[in-house]
Design a protein around this ligand. Sequence first.
Ligand SMILES: [Zn+2]
Length: 44
Amino acid sequence: MVTTTEKDGETWYQCEECEMLFDNRSDAKQHEQNCDAEDPSYIQ
Ligand SMILES: [Zn+2]
């Protein structure tokens, strides 16, 4: 799932699976479809 976040006064799009940030929604969406991190086992 892609979420939005504010950083330095700009809106960023973040992949919830791997927490990678993108500066536009279409890139984030495209990443999400190819994201391998479906298993939320990332280190907190
Ligand atoms: Zn991802």
